[in-house]
Design a protein around this ligand. Sequence first.
Ligand SMILES: O=P(O)(O)OC[C@H]1O[C@H](OP(=O)(O)OP(=O)(O)O)[C@H](O)[C@@H]1O
Ligand SMILES: O=c1cc[nH]c(=O)[nH]1
Ligand SMILES: [Mg+2]
Length: 207
Amino acid sequence: MDVRVVDHPLAKSRLSTMRDARTNSAAFRAALQELTLMLIYEATREAELAEEPIHTPVAKTTGYRIANPPLLVPVLRAGLGMADQAHRLIPEAQMGFVGLARDEETLLPTPYLESLPADLTGRPVLVLDPMLATGGSMVHTIELLVERGATDVTAICTLAAPEGVQRLEEAGLPVRVVTASIDERLNESGYIVPGLGDAGDREYGAV
Ligand SMILES: O=P(O)(O)OC[C@H]1O[C@H](OP(=O)(O)OP(=O)(O)O)[C@H](O)[C@@H]1O
Ligand SMILES: O=c1cc[nH]c(=O)[nH]1
Ligand SMILES: [Mg+2]
């Protein structure tokens, strides 16, 4: 499985803001948006381009556009904080939604929303979720996409645990991962260490 760690100094600085327990909700959301910009930028580096002739005020030249815009899929709640920024970078993208809440006892994802196009054959998909912890939520999401015919999925995660990366790899799903860090481990409660806490709670408040 292809795993790309974006360790650009600006990415490290935004991730540190997110990790810092003193960062309030508004600043956390702002840093997440800025980091999302960098992760999407890297994730789309090899996106196929279509050429078209354009006229500048001076001359005729070749213009480019994304040939096959991806479907963006934020995983609610926490992935919602990445959605607008990703859409700003790829305005022609369509967006689908998956809602999952992890059971804090079993650590299994409980699905509560699924709004996706029926046919994803031939369409790249970018899944947006700040956290890849046990990997259960991401595996569930990608299985929904694969059922619909997706074969080219990129998981955009600000942070990943080695356990989650391994789980995705073992699942044998057609996915690559773009993240700003692979942290040390999960703790006994399934939180990433050192991590940043509960991403959804830090963005929107505890439920
Ligand atoms: O890899 P996993 O062990 O499945 O954990 C990762 C999931 O946990 C968080 O969501 P959470 O369930 O806390 O929901 P929330 O976004 O509503 O807070 C996070 O946004 C992922 O979706
Ligand atoms: O550390 C973690 C693990 C799962 N979900 C989070 O929001 N944070
Ligand atoms: Mg949460």
